[in-house]
Design a protein around this ligand. Structure first.
Ligand code: PLP
Length: 390
């Protein structure tokens, strides 16, 4: 049988069998509407309450601070547009960074067209936001700071607690897009001074189409979806009970296995980070060397075109990404790699490998072996590379 190595877990993950099993029960047996008053509906309502408690527990939030949504993008949109609309009388200035996911960047651009001003903070060569730059960017009319917990392309983890402390001292709301970090690294919203946090189930072996927004008590962004009274009248729409129950199951397992999982994926990540530059010349690691997600590896290979690299690896059964999975398909160089200062041609030759608990050392070694061959083959075809060697 053809070998398949899935190394695109930042794009999406395999749904765990335990999660599928949990969801099945809510598709076929306990399929009542949680808003129905009869017992069958109330059973679903009770299950949702349990799911909310599980999700809240993972980040040290209160159950009343968790709002289920349709995806991480919705959570990001809601946090930003909701605060902007509700608190615009206090000010119309928002601070974010240049390396955010498009769910944040495009939402900010939308707000700019509607009278808001947005400061996009630069990052350093490792993708880190500077606290000094953040302090300098804050104005009298700043109402929101939104900085991602960890970057989806290069894995860099930001100094979230310190950013939150600055925001709190200045009385500014702090939102973090934690879609890549939630369930992968420890998060404590209290200790880290986080006011709002976005997460998504499909990045942690849960189903697609379910997310959540944590909103600290006392903050009330404007509703994004109007309608019924679900999610404490703040996010209308009949709850995706099977999806939410699957999300909660994935959260439960992520919480129970986090320490072990961090140890395992970090070891695989470090093996890739050691072997790739050892075996391939002109390979540059992107992202922070230590403050990075346990499962993220990102390299640029000079004289290579990323899309070709992906296609050749695919022929060897390896699924990877040349940038953000959400933007692959577009041939523009990644805005994240541009923001960390890579020239166009190098940014084009980049590869993201993202690991999960289900990967093995054999997967890593097989990938390195194939990568060495593919990079060599592509470089032999590249006039820039062959020209350089003459
Ligand atoms: N934010 C980040 C950092 C992401 O990586 C992603 C998806 O890749 C999203 C937001 C969007 O999440 P979803 O796919 O659940 O809409």
């Amino acid at each position: 049988m053809e070998r398949r190595v899935y190394l695109d877990n930042a794009a999406t993950t395999m749904v765990r069998p335990e999660v599928v099993e949990t969801m099945n029960e809510y598709f076929t047996e306990l399929y009542g509407n949680p808003s129905s008053i009869y017992d069958f509906g109330q059973k679903a309502k009770k299950a949702l309450a349990g799911a909310r408690e599980t999700v809240a527990g993972l980040i040290n939030a209160d159950v009343d601070e968790i709002y289920f949504t349709g995806c991480g993008s919705e959570s990001d949109n809601w946090a930003i547009k909701g605060v902007a609309e509700k608190y615009c009388s206090k000010g119309k200035h928002i601070i974010t960074s240049k390396i955010e996911h498009h769910a944040i960047l495009h939402t900010c651009e939308y707000l700019e067209k509607n009278g808001f001003e947005v400061t996009y903070l630069e990052v350093d060569e490792y993708g880190m936001v500077s606290l000094d730059d953040l302090n300098d960017a804050i104005r009298e009319d700043t109402i929101l700071i939104s900085i991602m917990f960890a970057n989806n392309e290069i894995g860099t983890i930001q100094p979230i607690k310190e950013i939150g402390a600055i925001a709190r001292e200045k009385n500014i709301f702090f939102h973090t897009d934690a879609v890549q970090a939630f369930g992968h690294v420890p998060i404590d919203v209290e200790e880290m001074n986080i006011d709002m946090l976005s997460a998504s189930a499909h990045k942690i072996h849960g189903p697609k189409g379910v997310g959540m927004l944590y909103i600290k008590k006392g903050i009330r962004p404007e509703n994004l979806i109007h309608g019924g009274a679900q999610e404490r009248k703040m996010r209308a729409g009949t709850e995706n009970v099977p999806g939410i129950m699957g999300f909660a199951k994935a959260v439960e397992i992520a919480g129970e296995t986090m320490e072990e999982s961090i140890g395992k994926t970090t070891a695989l990540r470090d093996r890739l980070m050691k072997l790739i530059p050892e075996k391939i010349e002109n390979a540059k690691l992107n992202g922070h060397p230590t403050s990075r997600l346990p499962g993220n590896v990102n390299f640029s290979f000079e004289f290579i075109e990323g899309e070709s690299l992906l296609l050749y690896l695919d022929m060897d059964g390896i699924s990877a990404s040349s940038g953000s999975a959400c933007t692959s398909g577009a041939l523009d160089p990644s805005h994240v790699l541009m923001a960390i200062g890579l020239p166009h041609e190098i940014a084009h030759g980049s590869l993201r490998l993202s690991l999960s608990d289900f990967n093995t050392e054999e997967d890593v070694d097989y990938t390195v072996e194939k990568l060495v061959n593919v990079v060599d083959r592509l470089r032999q075809m590249s006039p820039l590379y062959t020209g350089r060697r003459k």
